[in-house]
Design a protein around this ligand. Structure first.
Ligand SMILES: [Zn+2]
Length: 328
């Protein structure tokens, strides 16, 4: 970078991709890997027509994992640094600590060139890690938008509260390792960022994004609709309905429930309505049931525990499924 005013500056640059439109602005930035210029480009691209692909619901877990209702395995973010890079990062952090201690002792806390070099090397690795995570999120959201006509996600502006509880209360096993990197990965994969990407990508690829009320998705049985914290009792991975006996991976069960809620909204596009109005949750799910016989009564009366919009189409579904359960 020269020292002149911006109008005089000349930059040599390498295009990482074709510009593909009329440049409207440019932003110069720097991170641990060097200087970058990003161009705002007017592409003139129109949103695709509805793609007619199947619907899905997505349950985003902590540490950027995602369970898609139409799939049998969760999509987990691969390790973003290789074993060698992780080793190197650890060694660099230790070196940095040593150099800081040295600087405090002998140099009045002033950073020397070697310490600066160490910090730059750390920044290079952490930037690489952040870039790979961002890449994963982008590929995930692009794939979701391209291969589905309706995508249900949780309206996370409220979910963030219950989400933290879920994260801490969950059993060990899979989440322990994930939690170690949680702080970093939340930065790169913030729920708001995933949603932002899904919003514009859904529009691009002829899909519809629906944000559904997130209440009790993890405690709601996707088969019969019963909300009961007891269904998540014991092992944190397993959902086992206390009423109908439906069993599933807890995150997959949640994704199916999210898909069902998205369908019940009639597919009103988040891009046109911005948000589905939130509903008050009746206390049904929080109350301990008295006995198995008491349950059907609470489910009756065309009321789904989470309320709005469900009274018209849900009972048919419910009755059908309950008949099947009774026949066992
Ligand atoms: Zn059930």
């Amino acid at each position: 970078m020269g020292r002149g005013s911006f109008a005089e500056a000349r930059l040599r640059l390498r295009l990482s991709r074709a510009i593909g439109g009329a440049i409207r602005n440019a932003t110069v930035s720097r991170d641990g890997n060097g200087w970058h210029i990003s161009f705002g480009v007017h592409t003139g691209r129109e949103p695709d027509a509805p793609n007619g692909k199947p619907a899905c619901g997505v349950d985003f877990g902590i540490a950027a994992s995602a369970f898609v209702s139409t799939e049998t395995e969760p999509r987990l973010m691969p390790p973003s640094l290789t074993a060698n890079e992780t080793e190197r990062l650890k060694a660099l952090e230790q070196r940095k600590a040593r150099q800081i201690a040295y600087a405090k002792k002998h140099n009045g806390g002033k950073y020397g060139n070697r310490l600066r070099a160490t910090i730059a090397q750390i920044a290079k690795l952490t930037t690489r890690r952040a870039n790979r995570r961002r890449d994963f999120t982008h590929k995930l959201t692009t794939d979701l938008a391209k291969s589905h006509g309706l995508i249900g996600i949780e309206d996370l502006r409220v979910k963030s509260m219950s989400r933290s509880a879920k994260g801490t209360a969950e059993a060990p096993g899979r989440n322990v390792r994930a939690k170690a990197g949680l702080n970093r990965s939340i930065l790169d994969n913030a729920p708001g960022e995933r949603r932002r990407q899904l919003e514009y990508k859904a529009r691009m690829h002829g899909s519809v994004l629906v944000a559904v009320p997130p209440f009790h998705t993890s405690q709601t049985c996707a088969a019969c609709g019963l909300v009961d914290p007891e269904s998540r009792k014991g092992c944190g991975r397993l959902f086992a309905c206390t009423w109908c006996g439906h069993q599933d991976d807890a995150d997959h069960n949640a994704s199916v429930e999210i898909e069902a809620r998205a369908r019940r909204t009639g597919g009103s596009d988040i891009n046109s309505t911005r948000s589905i109005p939130r509903v008050r949750v009746p206390a049904v799910g929080r109350r301990r049931m008295r006995s198995p016989e008491a349950r059907p009564r609470e489910l009756k009366g065309n009321r789904h525990p989470w309320g709005r919009g469900s009274s018209m189409d849900l009972p048919v579904d419910l009755y059908w499924r309950r008949a099947r359960v009774d026949a066992r």
